[in-house]
Every structure is written in structure tokens, then in C-alpha cells.
Design a protein around this ligand. Sequence first.
Ligand code: AMP
Ligand code: MN
Ligand code: MN
Ligand code: MN
Length: 281
Amino acid sequence: MIDLHAHTCASDGSDTSLELVEAAATAGVEVLAVTDHDTVDGVAAALEAGPGLGVEVLPGCEITGEVGGRIVHLLAYGEGLLAPGAIDPVAAVRRERAERNQRVGARLEALTGVGYRHALELAGGAALSRAHFARALVQHGAATDVAEAFDRYLSNGRPAYVPAPSLPVDEVLALVHPLGGVVVLAHPGRLASGERERVVAAAVAAGVDGLEVWHPQHDPGAQRHWLATAERHGLLATGGSDYHGRHKPGVRLGGGTDGSVLVPARAVSDLKARLAAAVAS
Ligand code: AMP
Ligand code: MN
Ligand code: MN
Ligand code: MN
């Protein structure tokens, strides 16, 4: 089994790097990419744990980017990401994100009495995202469930929404390519349906190297569509479970929610070939 998209508690997953690799081994995952949001801090410990547990760990990072006026997630892969200071511009965006979270918390606190400290307590050390604010609202009775928390407060256009800082896709590509890495547009199916094709076309025109085809939020029809799109443009097709441990219950390493995230071996061989070519050039 292959899983090229997974999170540790270096971003918003619940598992330490060691726990993640252990869970991958238990699930039968042989190739695992660690792709935390805007950081590679969880990668080294996973690389260390991999050989003893029979899991090949690939370094990665899910960068918060922007293309066509929309926030997108860009999966960067490659050893070069680990060089000291290599992704400092991403770290800067991450720091701005911390400030943004305080603004979300202040707005929520004024609206509901549930705010930053509640989300922080619930996150238990993981990097905060709106998902934590949503769960804090539910925990303290300010919303009946996470969906309502987003609908009432946290979604774009709602009163506690503050956009997350991001790097333009051109800057992400200009950062990652010289490091010998590749950039894959994550879960295109999660983009709003009315603008999905436009945003994907903009990402392809900007020069992304691949599309994430296999993902829990892509049904079989979406998988076929994104695979065909990737092939049409000569792009890599990758995939993974987007595992977040306890923070996304029901999502399993390797298979995703219903076992449909079956990433073919070719995704890894193509990715490795592209990485080898990128490093050589
Ligand atoms: P952030 O990066 O802080 O803007 O938060 C993004 C997180 O919120 C991700 O983990 C998403 O899965 C989650 N999220 C965004 N919109 C929704 C929604 N409508 N319902 C549930 N979770 C959502
Ligand atoms: Mn996440
Ligand atoms: Mn994502
Ligand atoms: Mn992810």
C-alpha cells in the first residue's frame, strides 16, 4: 500500500512522527509521505523510524498556496525540502497563520464566549486550524456539530472567517523546483464546483508537476476525471489518505475512509523518476 499524504502533530494531525510510521506499518503501508501543513518538522523523526518498521518514508510538505485568487494546498515532495532554511518563506507564512488564528479566536470569543484558549486547549500542542475552533465550539455547546460551526461562524463569508495567509503558486514553484522538489496540486475535487476547472487550469498553466488523484474526497468518478486530466497534461498523478489521526476519525492510512484511496505503485515510481530528473537538472 502507498500513502503520499499524511499529517503528524507537527501540523494538525494527532500522531507523533513515530506513531504515524507505526500506524502506517500496522495498516500495511510500505511507502509513506509525511506532508504536514507548511512545515517539515515532523519528517526527520519519521525518516528515522521508517527502516526499523519497514516503511519507506518520503519527505513532503503541504504548502498553503494561492492560485487563481483561491487558496489551494500544494503538496511538495523531495529531499531538498529538508535542507536548513530551505522552506523559510513557508515558515514565515506559518507564523502569519498563528496571528490569523488569534484574530479568528478573538472574533469567536466576542460572538460566542468560546475563543482562542479553548481551541488551544483542545488542540493539545498541534498547530491550530479552523477545525480546532469548530470542535471547541461544539465541545462548549456553542454549535451542535462541526458542520454547523463552519456554517455559522467559520466558513468563508461568515463572521469569524479570516483568510489564512498563503504563498502564490509561482513563489511555491520558484522555491521548490530549485530544491529538486516537485509540486502537486492537492485534492482538486475539494475546490468549489463552479470554479474547480478554472483554478486547476491556472495551476497547470503556472507549472505544477502533478495532480492529487486519489483522495478520500474524490469518488471513483472524480478519480477517473483527475487521472485523465493529469495524463492529458503529462502530469504526475499522486494520492493519499490525508490522514490526521484522531483529528479526522474514520480516515485510515492507505485506504482512506472506505478503502477507495488505492494509490497505484506507478504513482511512486513516476514521482521518484521526476524527483531524480529534477535533482539532476
Ligand atoms: P484553516 O486551514 O485554519 O483555514 O482550516 C482548515 C481546516 O478546516 C481543514 O482541516 C478543513 O478540513 C476544515 N474545514 C474547512 N471547511 C470545513 C467545513 N465546511 N466543514 C468541516 N471542516 C472544514
Ligand atoms: Mn489539515
Ligand atoms: Mn489539504
Ligand atoms: Mn492534508
